[in-house]
Design a protein. Structure first.
Length: 489
């Protein structure tokens, strides 16, 4: 796919790439920058494969020169490498999250932005969607590989992400005009973990702050609340667009079919977990609308967009993906990767070059019928289970895996864990070796959440057994229903 071609086929002289300018901080939002990003994304949508690869190659060379000049981490990692124009992407070292987080300030081109300032910002939920130091967006990722991540984005990167979301995800595929209606004529609802600085909720809150007139049409709802409260809030708001994890969407589909949820949706957007064909069909039938899949991350907000044929196309003019095997070698189209290396061509505040994303992707062979020359992929994301716990009185309560993970991450400050349901009223919590001293705090956080859901009698035990990671990606299935086999799809 784009970005993995040999250097010989894309040879550029270093003199053809401008010398990196002194570091300047782009505005958090600037209309002219946004307009330029939108024009670039629009034009890039129609390029053929060779032109896409050339555009990405030029951006990669410029990024490498900038990172070597201004980012201490890459000054060390790339010290002994030849000039950028003499390198293929595969010649560069892989960057792992553990190394990035070990010295966060060294990964930043921004001077004077220390770890203490970033962590203080992240500790304040009132600042979700607000800029750090008036210029930067800061997003966190879950610790599904055992290490949570912190990612700092500048205004130029945000402009690119917004343009990709609006002009590609919202309907551009092969037609000359956007197919989707303007956001102001819609009512958008996101159901997510809204208490943390995650990319999705931070983007919603950023847009609400930047464009106050749109705020009534953009709202987020917490997965931590009891399901009946969530249903009531959604009924009151009456969204026409809904974004949620597939496990959340499936629970809401059950409420819709039961008549307790009464939404009339134009579209439902899913991301963050694997969306199987059976789940897609159940949700589409329940809501009577199109279900679309999105692929993004805190490292790059809009990695791929779905065309009208349902295939995910990589935004390969702005983000490079390399599917590799366990030894770091590229895999052929049609073969699932062990992990995926991501290079963000939009963000210079914290460059990510061959960053180990941890996801498993499969590049689909051939050309998509939609006509796009951007590579099409399938993504094997997280596949956690919905748990169903019995109350002393009344029907069982279903627990969303996203809510349980958020409780453990935000309240107990653990990220390397596995939570298993082993009986109708029994949970078993396993923690990674480094997390075990926080076992009592983790159990207390779970019990407090269960009490809020009228599940105070559920037993929560700690277990010292090993965590079982997915053999392909190394990620954890962090919430597992061990009482019965997980539902297909």
């Amino acid at each position: 796919m784009a970005g993995t071609a040999s250097a010989a086929s894309h040879r550029h002289r270093d003199s053809a790439v401008p010398e990196p300018a002194p570091v300047t901080t782009p505005a958090f939002f600037d209309a002219s920058r946004w307009g330029r990003a939108a024009g670039d994304v629009w034009s890039g949508t129609w390029l053929d494969r060779a032109a896409l690869e050339q555009r990405a190659r030029q951006r990669l060379c410029a990024l490498l020169r900038f990172a070597r000049a201004h980012v201490p981490l890459y000054q060390r990692l790339h010290r002994d490498l030849p000039p950028a124009s003499q390198l293929a992407l595969a010649d560069l070292p892989v960057l792992h999250k553990s190394r990035l987080m070990a010295d966060l300030p060294a990964s930043l081109a921004a001077t004077g932005l220390g770890r203490a300032a970033v962590e203080a910002f992240l500790a304040d939920p009132a600042r979700i969607g607000a800029p750090l130091a008036d210029h930067y967006a800061v997003w966190t990722s879950s610790g599904s590989t055992g290490v949570p991540g912190i990612f700092v984005h500048d205004g130029d990167a945000l402009a690119v992400y917004d343009a990709l979301e609006l002009l590609r995800f919202r309907g551009l595929s092969v037609g000359p005009l956007p197919a989707g209606p303007f956001l102001a004529s819609e009512r958008y609802a996101m159901v997510a973990a809204i208490e943390g600085h995650f990319a999705g909720i931070a983007t919603v809150e950023r847009l609400r702050r930047t464009f106050p007139l749109l705020a009534p049409w953009l709202r987020a709802f917490s997965v931590l609340q009891p399901l009946p409260d969530l249903v009531r809030q959604l009924n009151d708001y009456r969204p026409t667009l809904l974004a949620a994890y597939p496990t959340v969407a499936e629970l809401l589909a059950e409420e819709q079919q039961a008549g307790r949820l009464r939404l009339s949706l134009d579209e439902l957007w899913c991301g963050g977990e694997s969306l199987g064909a059976a789940t897609r069909a159940r949700v589409a039938e329940a809501f009577g609308c199109r279900v679309r899949e999105a692929y993004g991350a805190s490292e790059f907000l809009s990695i791929a967009w779905p065309c009208r044929h349902g295939r995910l196309h990589v935004n390969c003019d702005w983000v490079l993906l390399e599917g590799v095997d366990a030894r770091g070698r590229p895999v052929e189209p049609g073969v699932p990767s062990h992990t995926t290396l991501l290079t963000n061509l939009a963000n210079r505040t914290q460059p990510l070059i061959r960053y180990d994303l941890g996801d498993s992707i499969t590049v689909l062979p051939g050309t998509c019928a939609c006509g796009s020359h951007m590579p099409a992929i399938e993504v094997q994301g997280r596949s956690d289970d919905v748990l169903s716990l019995a109350r002393r009185d009344g029907p069982p309560v279903k627990l969303m895996p996203l809510a349980l993970a958020t409780v453990l991450e935000d309240d107990a400050l653990v990220s390397d864990f596995q939570l298993l349901q082993t009986g109708p009223r029994h949970l078993l919590l396993r923690l990674g070796r480094a997390e075990r001293p926080r076992g009592d705090a983790a159990r207390a956080a779970l019990r407090a959440h269960l009490k809020r859901l009228d599940l105070a009698g559920v037993r929560v035990d700690l277990d010292t057994g090993p965590l079982h990671r997915e053999p392909c990606s190394g990620k954890l299935r962090r919430v597992i229903n061990a009482v019965r086999p997980a539902a297909a799809g």
